[in-house]
Design a protein around this ligand. Structure first.
Ligand code: FAD
Length: 274
């Protein structure tokens, strides 16, 4: 089995913290390379990411990895966070631009993820293994697919060690993206991001916002199952496991699972892969 990693969002309430703990306990058994924690764009003061990374590292004994976004944050805030993460023992980060929350006016000192990667390299040399985001189906704000690919190259040239993709359900998009990246001279590993399907209407909303295409036939099947939750669960896990098998067979270097803090949908996929 290839290396795998899991992504969580930072819990804010005791109930959410308990849920995260349960999920981490169950997923940990699959020996992930790391477990990453997302970061809300818009500054560090309200963020629960550092405490969650610390919790993963000290209470669960897993390699907790922070995401870091630059939109809305100042250079100084980013510096402080990097210092904190280094003190917590982190040697890997996921560096992103982030999205400005609606209503937020503060734009921050850095505009693009590439500038964040530059800052990390300028201030911490090679200490951090830096992952960036990549978009096989093109970032929704990109001028076009070619420009987006060149912008991806800028992040890699700035010093990123690897990339994790936005989730997708179309393997051709991933394989073509990797081929195009290689043709441009991008050599870093490009790890597919996998979104197990648990709540289909929520997934549809997410996908519209982030530009991921859900094949029409998947939607038709989901609708046909109606309220039959067991069949939906089985079908979704079979489909996502098949996606993973194709990716692995085609040369994907690892798999990164977006867990949404739930263990079961990811476990249902992993059980089919082992
Ligand atoms: P960038 O690489 O900066 O690109 C953003 C857009 O700008 C793209 O359209 C790109 O083509 C364009 N662009 C880049 N450079 C230039 C340039 N020099 N000139 C003109 N245009 C340019 N969001 C969060 O808020 N928190 C998270 O923790 C988080 N984790 C994520 C993890 C993964 C693996 C992925 C795939 C996404 C994650 N996101 C997260 C979402 C991400 O922040 C958004 O997709 C965001 O819109 C873009 O971030 P980026 O780092 O890809 O930005």
């Amino acid at each position: 089995m290839l290396p795998i990693s899991f992504e969580f969002y930072p819990p804010k309430t005791d109930e959410q913290r308990a849920q995260l703990d349960r999920s981490v306990q169950r997923l940990k058994a699959h020996a992930p390379q790391f477990m990453s924690v997302t970061f809300g764009a818009g500054g560090s003061t309200l963020s629960h990411t550092p405490e969650t990374v610390q919790r993963l590292r000290s209470e669960h004994g897993v390699a907790g990895v922070p995401h870091l976004t630059c939109v809305g944050g100042s250079r100084e805030e980013i510096r402080q966070l990097l210092k904190l993460y280094r003190a917590l023992g982190c040697d890997r980060v996921v560096a992103l631009r982030g999205d400005t929350p609606s209503g937020m006016v503060r734009s921050g000192d850095l505009r693009y993820a590439s500038e964040l990667v530059e800052l990390i390299r300028a201030e911490h040399g090679d200490h951090f293994h830096v992952e960036v985001a990549a978009y096989p189906e093109t970032h929704p704000q990109a001028e076009d697919a070619h420009v987006d690919l060149r912008n991806f190259k800028t992040k890699v040239d700035a010093g990123a060690n690897g990339a994790i993709t936005q989730y997708f359900y179309n393997t051709d998009a991933y394989f073509r993206f990797v081929d195009d990246a290689r043709a441009l001279g991008i050599e870093v590993p490009i790890v597919p991001g996998i979104m197990p399907i648990s709540n289909f209407s929520q997934l549809k909303r997410f996908s519209e916002a982030c530009g991921a295409e859900i094949p029409r036939w998947i939607g038709q099947r989901m609708r046909a199952y109606g309220d039959d939750a067991d069949s939906i669960r089985e079908f979704a896990a079979d489909f996502v496991a098949q996606l993973c098998r194709r990716l692995v067979a085609g040369g994907a270097p690892a798999l990164h699972f977006y867990t949404l803090n739930l263990a079961k949908p990811t476990l249902n996929v992993l059980e089919r892969l082992r």
